[in-house]
Design a protein around this ligand. Structure first.
Ligand code: MN
Length: 299
């Protein structure tokens, strides 16, 4: 890639989710050195695990964001307060746009020997963040061959193909499968910043290894990046124009002010109609944590 762009290696931190089994995920965003990549503001990477029930997260609310669920192995049932009930398999996208408010649960199924994937959040710009919630399942996403690599485009446009998924700011999300020993040149949009996550296996760029679970961040300005896979690798490429708005992320909410977050929390705790009701096989809901004693600030 062009030399003026900065690179940053993001090591994941381990976070326990509020699940029955206390499933641990590897979180690369938000990171102490980086809050967002374009509108991408949350990257949780989980598995592989033979405990295929591990990703069972009971009903919880969201606001001001889209959630994108993407699996490498296994399957998960999504239920939400719109009445959507959808099983997702590898290579498919579950895209939930929370807008002003939605609630959902995700229950992994026992029909596979292993479970792994990513859960991604995309911040909604101020102009649309109060939109009505939607949920769309995309089972037929465009695929493109890039030399020896196969790319499946789940958000935005990449290498001449475009995902049908609705985006609200300029961004891209791609799954790249690269075989051991292959090197590829990934074209970049110069106005985008990028993160490349080693989601399965590992890869290297300019002599630097990006180990399983790590992400390399690229500032805007690069026109391409060459990577080599020393073993079979799945790379999640996330890119977007720098977001340009300050956001306030707290628990499962994205707002702009402390008061807004307080209100969202009260709405969930009082089971108000804003977040609706999730009908699933668990029949549980995750309570919001207590508000911190400090004033939350958009950053
Ligand atoms: Mn969620």
């Amino acid at each position: 890639m062009t030399s003026q762009s900065e690179r940053l290696l993001l090591e994941p931190r381990r976070v326990k989710l509020t699940t029955r089994s206390g499933t641990e995920v590897r979180r690369t965003l938000p990171h102490k050195n980086l809050r967002m990549i374009g509108a991408w503001c949350f990257v949780d990477h989980f598995g592989p695990t033979e405990d295929t029930a591990a990703m069972s997260v009971a009903a919880h609310p969201h606001t001001g964001l889209q959630t994108a669920t993407w699996l490498f192995e296994g399957s998960v049932t999504h239920n939400d307060s719109l009445g959507s009930r959808q099983v997702i398999s590898p290579g498919e996208l579950n895209l939930m746009t929370a807008g002003r408010g939605i609630s959902h649960s995700e229950l992994s199924l026992h029909d596979a020997s292993s479970l792994s994937g990513v859960q991604l959040w995309i911040a909604l710009p101020n102009s649309v963040r109060a939109m009505p919630p939607t949920f769309v399942h995309h089972a037929n996403l465009p695929e493109v061959q890039m030399g020896e690599a196969r790319a499946r485009v789940f958000m935005g446009e990449f290498f001449g193909v475009e995902s049908p998924a609705v985006t609200h700011s300029p961004l891209v999300g791609v799954e790249l499968k690269v075989s051991a020993g292959e090197s590829i040149v990934i074209p970049l949009n110069e106005s985008f910043e990028y993160g490349l996550l080693a989601a399965e296996g590992s890869f290297a760029n300019a002599g630097q290894d990006i180990q399983f679970g790590e992400m390399i961040y690229l500032e805007p300005g690069g026109s391409s990046i060459e990577i080599v896979a020393h073993e079979d690798a799945t790379i999640i490429v996330l890119g977007g124009e720098p977001f340009g708005e300050k956001i306030l992320m707290w628990w499962n909410f994205i707002g702009r002010t402390h008061e807004e977050i307080v209100d969202m929390r009260i709405e969930w705790e009082s089971a108000s109609t804003i977040f609706g009701t999730v009908r699933d096989d668990l029949g549980e809901r995750i309570p919001a944590p207590e508000m911190p004693h400090v004033r939350l600030q958009a950053r």
